[in-house]
Design a protein around this ligand. Structure first.
Ligand code: GTP
Ligand code: SPV
Ligand code: MN
Length: 583
């Protein structure tokens, strides 16, 4: 046995000695193993099979009602120096963190099976990929990891070859929120999570590894680990541009990653690379390239229908695990805005009663392998990744933020990304709909001090003269009655079309203090019922409100003290001065 395997074996033994599982199961990632785990969970009630004819190989899991979303207030980054975690993270010293959580792991797996899950984030053959091993007492986690990562024997071989891996230890514990913690130890490349079986709290390859730990590594090694989807857009001439978009949780990444071109843009094709996370590296020519570390989707279910995204709707009619959706009388999954069928049982398995709230939980999710997506890119396994033409930031803003604008340069783009604000969603426990700062859509996911993170972003300018252009979009502007001003979904390609034209220097734009906005008529609105007046509203700058935004951002920067890079401060002040001039 090689050193790394014995290191892994040693760790597995140590964990077993602390947690006392009844059995240990090393996951191979085979289809037979998946089927066997599914069978086990349907037998013990963890899963129930959905209507076989309409939803073949689909299962429903109902989580504990207190365990339905990420828990940011219980998520910690444990570094020696608190300043390294920054005001953007909850902090504990590594010693305190281990002591606190290890006590909860004592005997936690008694009566349970411990699964050892080797996985690879990114194409098995890519130098950019990184491996990890998750140890968990949840078979639900094991099957989700199978759908969402390259899990099993091939990953184990790479771990054996490389000798390093991220260690993720997880137990559902007793699901009591007072004994729930998600802790990260970046210096040790390790994660410990207990007390939740849900999504980003429990599937440790995703937010914990591929964002919090990876962002930390990326800073040290000169790359970026970001909360971004990646999509290739091929025009009728056969030219493909890849763009990476960072939007906060439940703000449209999955839908944009697999959008269906509108009727008015015939001949366009969409190639999905990823829907949630991008790892970005500069290649030898200075071109920024992206891989998607994941190979499956953990997507928001409500709102998915034939009109908003038929591909997504069809993708989840087979081989899918649903979590916290409702059910119809004939055992099909149901959710708000599905637009077909009616709920008979809600997400807690109770007979549906509209007076007790929504039938599906607003953060109900589907887990499905990316290979189920009809527009999954042929380059998804390419070791070198895809070249990125544009980086797009965005958020959920009822007011102020225009439909689209372009940053003036890289430095300004970093300001645009850093000053993203968005209304909170059901993806995390807490109040929904309040605006919070969410720089680069990474507020819950950056594994180190945001001040250092912005400095890292700014440093790319010194390393390449071929960096992608940076944009900002907002699909979520509303009128006074709460109606969306922009149709969104597939129609968003009209905006991406403008973005690509800008990247190719094919189209002009009007310069404003916040960046370049589309000239009137440059966003194609043919076949849309949208007035010229609405388009003007969507593509103009409210100088006064932008000034207030800029001031709020300046106050936010203050909370990071002297960790804020001078260049970002200057950029914020430069924009403030331009806004003053325009008043
Ligand atoms: P996470 O998986 O939490 O990171 O979310 P996400 O960013 O992938 O968001 P997703 O695409 O799942 O969309 C979240 C919600 O926003 C769903 O209910 C969608 O129906 C809705 N949504 C997505 N795109 C649009 C859009 O262009 N316009 C409008 N109005 N709603 C959208
Ligand atoms: C998000 O909240 O951004 C998600 C879902 O993608 S989770 O995996 O729970 O983090
Ligand atoms: Mn996400």
């Amino acid at each position: 046995m090689t050193t790394s395997l014995s290191t892994l074996q040693q760790w597995v033994d140590e964990v077993a000695a602390r947690t006392h599982p009844d059995n240990i199961h090393w996951c191979t990632g085979s289809d037979g193993e998946y089927a066997q785990l599914i069978q086990l969970m349907t037998a013990d009630g963890t899963l129930s099979e959905l209507n076989k004819d309409e939803y073949p190989n689909c299962y429903l899991h109902l989580s504990d009602p207190s365990d339905v979303a990420r828990v940011e207030h219980l998520t910690y980054v444990c570094t020696d120096d608190q300043e390294d975690a920054g005001p953007n993270n909850n902090w504990m010293s590594p010693a305190d963190g281990h002591a606190k959580i290890d006590a909860l792991f004592d005997g936690a797996m008694r009566g349970r099976t411990m699964y050892v899950i080797p996985y690879c984030m990114g194409p098995i053959a890519s130098p950019y990929s990184r491996c990890g091993v998750e140890i968990t007492d949840s078979a639900y986690v094991a099957v989700n990891m199978k759908l969402m990562t390259r899990m099993g024997s091939a990953a184990l071989e790479r771990i054996e070859r490389e000798g390093t891996f991220v260690r993720g230890l997880h137990s559902t514990g007793d699901l009591d929120p007072v004994r729930r913690f998600i802790m990260h130890f970046p210096a040790e490349l390790s994660i410990k999570s207990i007390g939740s079986g849900y999504g980003g709290n429990a599937l440790l390859g995703k937010k914990c590894h591929a964002l919090r730990i990876a962002s930390h590594q990326a800073r040290d090694e000169g790359w970026l680990a970001e909360h971004m989807m990646i999509v290739g857009l091929e025009n009728p001439e056969g030219e493909t541009h890849y763009i990476a978009c960072a939007f906060p949780s439940a703000c449209g990444k999955t839908n944009l990653a697999m959008l269906i071109p509108p009727h008015s843009l015939p001949g366009w094709k969409v190639h999905t690379l990823g829907d949630d996370i991008a790892w970005l590296h500069l290649d030898e020519e200075g071109q920024l390239r992206a891989i998607n570390p994941e190979s499956g989707y953990f997507g928001v279910v409500p709102g998915t229908n034939k009109q908003t995204n038929e591909n997504a709707f069809n993708m989840i009619t087979r081989d899918t695990i649903f979590t916290n959706v409702a059910r119809t009388a004939n055992n099909e999954p149901w959710w708000e805005a599905k637009n077909v069928g009616e709920p008979a049982f809600d997400w807690q398995g109770r007979e549906y009663d509209p007076s007790t709230g929504k039938a599906a939980h607003p953060n109900s999710r589907f887990t499905v392998a990316a290979t189920n997506n009809p527009c999954y890119s042929e380059l998804a396994d390419a070791p070198e990744g895809v070249p990125i033409s544009a980086i797009v930031f965005g958020g959920r803003r009822k007011r102020v933020a225009p439909l689209v604008y372009e940053a003036k340069n890289w430095k300004h783009g970093v300001l645009v990304g850093a000053s993203v604000g968005s209304e909170t969603t059901a993806a995390a426990i807490g109040e929904v709909g309040v605006i919070r700062r969410d720089p680069m859509a990474m507020k819950p996911f950056c594994g180190y001090n945001f001040g250092d993170y912005w400095k890292h972003w700014l440093s790319f300018e010194e390393r390449s003269d071929k960096l992608p252009r940076i944009f900002h979009v907002n699909w979520f502007r509303q009128d006074d009655d709460g109606n969306f001003l922009w149709p969104g979904f597939g129609e968003n390609l009209r905006v991406l079309h403008w973005i690509i034209d800008r990247c190719e220097n094919r189209i002009g734009a009007k310069e404003t203090p916040i960046g370049f906005l589309p000239n009137e008529g440059d966003i194609d609105t043919s076949e849309l019922e949208i007035s010229a007046e609405t388009m003007r509203e969507l593509t103009s700058v409210d100088i006064e409100r932008s000034k207030i935004e800029n001031e709020h951002f300046a106050e936010y920067l203050d909370t990071f003290g002297d960790r804020v890079p001078e260049a970002l401060r200057e950029e914020q002040q430069r924009e403030a001065a331009e806004l003053d001039k325009a008043m």
